[in-house]
Design a protein around this ligand. Structure first.
Ligand SMILES: [Ca+2]
Ligand SMILES: [Ca+2]
Length: 221
């Protein structure tokens, strides 16, 4: 399936059977329309984005970087639907501490869709051995203890600032969520509560950016 550029609406008819939330209750996808796609590179567009900023990481222009901030992405022109699929490619840079408590965490990251919080979790880039590990909650909600980088798309990217040019200090995730939603527009809010009280420059110690956002409108029966 080939999509074109941001804000182009591409229709395709697809009848398939998929499971939304329950393993025993199958729902039928009647239609799926990509309504927003932005990789911040071609072209680099911050239209509709509140607190948007761009930087280049690994020769790719991305949305970021952020520490103790929120960014809002407004999407309009959604056709009739009852569900949206939001896909975010997230980069966690440098020394995220996961569920660790004290002066360095927990390091929370969250996402809201249409005013509803659908993810509130932590990420960790810490090295992990049998005697030392800073666990993260992702891909679950905050409170679970998973190994650092669990669910990642890429784990060997270099850090951005504190660990610039050092491999394994940026982790890339592809976060995909199905959310019940109706109406012609919605706002996606992404934000963090990062904590590093002993760092002179918290943004350099740990931060995040977004390399791609996709929003699709789905009709599910
Ligand atoms: Ca840190
Ligand atoms: Ca921290």
């Amino acid at each position: 399936m080939q999509y074109i550029t941001p804000k182009f609406v591409v229709f395709f008819s697809l009848i398939t059977v998929f499971t939304l939330t329950s393993s025993c209750h199958q729902e039928e996808l009647m239609n799926e329309v990509l309504v927003y796609e932005n990789n911040f590179s071609s072209p680099a567009s911050l239209s509709g984005i509140e607190n948007g900023k761009l930087m280049v990481f690994e020769e790719d222009t991305v949305l970021g970087n952020y520490n103790s901030e929120e960014v809002n992405i407004a999407v309009s022109g959604l056709p009739g639907h009852n569900t949206v699929r939001v896909v975010i490619e997230l980069l966690t840079h440098d020394s995220w501490d996961g569920n660790n408590t004290g002066v360095s965490g927990p390091d929370y990251w969250f996402m809201e869709v249409g005013g509803v919080q659908i993810l509130n979790t932590t990420f960790s880039n810490s090295p992990c051995s049998s005697s030392y590990c800073l666990f993260q909650s992702y891909p679950d909600q905050y409170g679970r203890h998973n190994d650092p980088k669990t669910g990642a798309l890429e784990t060997d990217l270099p850090g951005l600032c504190q660990y610039a040019d050092t491999p394994n200090w940026t982790t890339k995730y592809r976060i995909s969520k199905l959310v019940s939603h109706t109406g012609p527009s919605l706002t996606i809010k992404c934000g963090d509560q990062l904590l590093q009280e002993n760092a002179p420059d918290p943004l350099c110690d740990e931060s995040w950016s977004i390399s791609k956002i996709e929003v699709s409108a789905l009709s599910v029966k």
